[in-house]
Design a protein around this ligand. Structure first.
Ligand code: ATP
Ligand code: MG
Length: 282
């Protein structure tokens, strides 16, 4: 089966004054309908990869031997074609929903518009679909939440609404860039479990960008470790503890619960008890 995404020798340089500085230096990977984590220190080029896939880098130079998403050659795709891909076939979830939700529109309206721009649905159909989607992200009273403004919802609920908005057009690939780092620990688990549930149920591919090796190890199927614009390690998440690269070993040693002789960590998303939020904070 053809992979969802096939990236070979991706290079991205940002323009700095009159010269270019390399942020991504020859990165290659493929992605199927699975969850791929990208981990690495700040500035290692993780977000740049995500933005390059959506071609959201007007002032950067992007080159690759291959940048194939399903039947689309992203290298060749112009802005017009990218507009049919962004949000529709590839969605991006960012760290802070406050920057992504428009403060002047009710949240339900925003989610339903995200559906309507990509389909010919009537406003009634879009409303129905939105209510279903809000329920799918474990919002208990979707009718009420539909009419709230972004400032009236908590960070955790805001992030779930963002997920609803990004997943409602049923994209094949989700790029989540530190999607939960602004949330506290319990809410983070809820949000990750919901994302996991939806991605698995709908058979989407997911790229999860994070600083947190523990999180990615538990949440993803495969992991890429990045340093200075290059992949230094690529392995199945469950094999991370046997990683060979000294940099990965260093990262593992720096994580609170990895590398010692403790028992296995609880696997997120497979404990049904964790899947439902205990409290819905406002
Ligand atoms: P973080 O974990 O802090 O989010 P990251 O791994 O996502 O880091 P990137 O944001 O991809 O790293 O940045 C990679 C490199 O490119 C860094 O050296 C950064 O300073 C540089 N860079 C990122 N965005 C730009 C930009 N718009 N213009 C110029 N340089 C940039
Ligand atoms: Mg980043």
């Amino acid at each position: 089966q053809q992979p969802l995404l096939d990236v070979s020798n991706l290079r991205v340089s940002y323009r700095k004054d009159k010269t270019y500085s390399d942020a991504v230096r020859g990165v290659s990977f493929t992605l199927g309908r699975e969850r791929l984590g990208i981990v690495g220190e700040s500035g290692s080029g993780k977000s740049t990869i995500g933005r390059a896939l959506l071609k959201l880098l007007p002032s950067a130079r992007i080159s690759a031997d291959r940048l194939q998403f399903q039947d689309t050659d992203l290298l060749k795709a112009g802005e017009r074609e990218m507009l049919t891909i962004r949000g529709r076939r590839i969605s991006m979830i960012l760290q802070d929903p406050k920057f992504s939700l428009n403060p002047v529109h009710r949240v339900g309206h925003q989610v339903s518009e995200a559906y309507r721009v990509h389909t010919r649905a009537s406003s009634q159909q879009a409303r129905q679909k939105t209510l279903e989607m809000l329920e799918a992200v474990h919002i208990r009273d979707p009718e009420r939440v539909y009419d709230l403004y972004p400032h009236e919802v908590s960070g955790g609920m805001g992030q779930r609404i963002m997920i609803a908005m990004m997943l409602i057009p049923e994209p094949q690939l989700i790029i989540a860039d530190e999607p939960t780092s602004a949330l506290d620990v319990t809410v983070r688990m809820q949000v990750l479990n919901i994302l996991n549930e939806l991605v698995t149920r709908k058979g989407m591919g997911l790229i999860m960008i994070s600083h947190d090796l523990n999180l990615v190890r538990n949440f993803c199927d495969r992991v890429l470790i990045m340093r200075s614009g290059e992949i230094v390690e690529s392995c199945a998440a469950r094999d991370l503890t046997h990683a060979s690269h000294p940099y990965t070993r260093g990262l593992l040693a720096a994580q609170p619960h990895i590398g010692g002789n403790r028992g296995p960590l609880p696997v997120l998303g497979r404990d049904p008890g964790l899947a439902k939020p205990a409290v819905e904070t406002m």
